[in-house]
Design a protein around this ligand. Structure first.
Ligand code: ATP
Ligand code: MG
Length: 303
């Protein structure tokens, strides 16, 4: 089983106002830690943890998450350490987009429907950033060295885990003095269809109706990245990957090689480490099936 960190909310130093879930920062032996509560029963805790372990497997720079409970022992969540301890600070994507384009609609209420959040604009910003600091780059494959190369891996991850949450506050840069470097990837709790009901998972795994199978379901996952500012909908996660992979073919190959090395037994060995109280057997089976389906789509380029 994965370790479960016990967090005492009386040690909370500051609430984190950004994002949608209850969160607070606390100090643990001088490390700035963030507790993200999972009070809605939507599975964001296990999704965050599994995504973190998948990042580890492929060598992607990522914030490390552990499953957690707050002191009552009743409120599940996850904890992570700040990726931007002082004197570093985290500059989010929306700020970087605004710096690039003063007309960028940074205040738009729906963060998932910002048409100006195009692959091209984000990739342009990547060309201006340094790669994540060496501390985060220990596992990256050969051929991956720039921020652009690393972000290519983030987009592949999103397609693999069906992360629909790569909006402009879920990527960013670490500022250290005058230097700006791509931040490790974070906030993957809204992935792997974590909020589907177990009834629907069971039905999709067992139905004879092909339109209800995992395959057609997987094809529906949408990114928060757009193809063009004129597009009416954001790209699907796999289409976003295809656009990015065309722009960075060498890095794309390096990341695909890492993905190809992951087998079903390795995924299963991760999934069984989530306590059954947080992830049922049917949820495990469906998640494995979804990951395998997306892996197949990425590796074969067939839909
Ligand atoms: N490890 C970290 N280091 C530094 N800042 C962080 C870290 N994790 C989160 N943050 C900050 O807290 C904000 C909210 O965290 P996060 O995105 O994980 O939560 P969320 O509620 O899931 O967000 P969303 O509404 O995007 O789903 C981030 O946008 C970022 O500014
Ligand atoms: Mg977020």
């Amino acid at each position: 089983m994965f370790d479960i960190v016990s967090v005492d909310s009386r040690n909370a130093e500051a609430l984190e106002p950004l994002g949608t879930k209850r969160k607070f920062w606390y100090l643990d032996s001088n490390r700035q830690m963030l507790f993200k509560a999972e009070e809605r029963g939507t599975g964001e805790d296990w999704a965050e943890k599994i995504a973190c372990e998948l990042c580890d497997l492929i060598g992607l720079p990522h914030v490390h998450y552990e499953l957690a409970y707050d002191e009552t022992g009743e409120k599940p969540g996850v904890v992570c350490e700040s990726c931007a301890p002082p004197p570093t600070s985290l500059i989010l994507g929306n700020q970087l987009m605004l710096d690039r384009d003063p007309d960028y609609p940074v205040e738009q209420a729906n963060r998932y429907r910002v048409r100006e959040h195009t692959v091209e604009a984000v990739m342009e910003i990547m060309c201006e950033l340094g790669p994540p600091p060496v501390l985060w780059m220990k596992g990256t494959p050969d051929g991956v060295s720039s921020a652009l190369d690393v972000f290519t891996g983030y987009v592949m991850l999103d397609a693999w885990i069906a992360n629909q949450d790569r909006h402009h506050e879920n990527w960013g840069a670490l500022r250290d003095g005058d230097r700006l470097a791509l931040a490790p990837t974070f906030d993957h709790g809204a992935s792997m269809a974590r909020n589907l009901s177990d009834e629907e998972r069971h039905e999709r795994l067992t139905t004879k109706d092909r339109n209800r199978h995992v395959g057609p379901f997987a094809r529906r996952a949408r990114s928060a990245l757009y193809g063009t500012v004129a597009a009416t909908k954001p790209l699907t996660t796999v289409d976003a990957w295809r656009v990015v992979a065309k722009l960075t073919p060498e890095a794309a190959h390096a990341w695909l090689d890492r993905l190809a090395a992951i087998d079903g037994a390795t995924i299963e060995a991760l999934l069984v480490q989530v306590p059954p109280s947080r992830m049922s057997q049917v949820c495990r089976d469906f998640t494995r099936s979804l990951l395998e389906e997306n892996q197949r789509r990425l590796l074969t380029e067939e839909d």
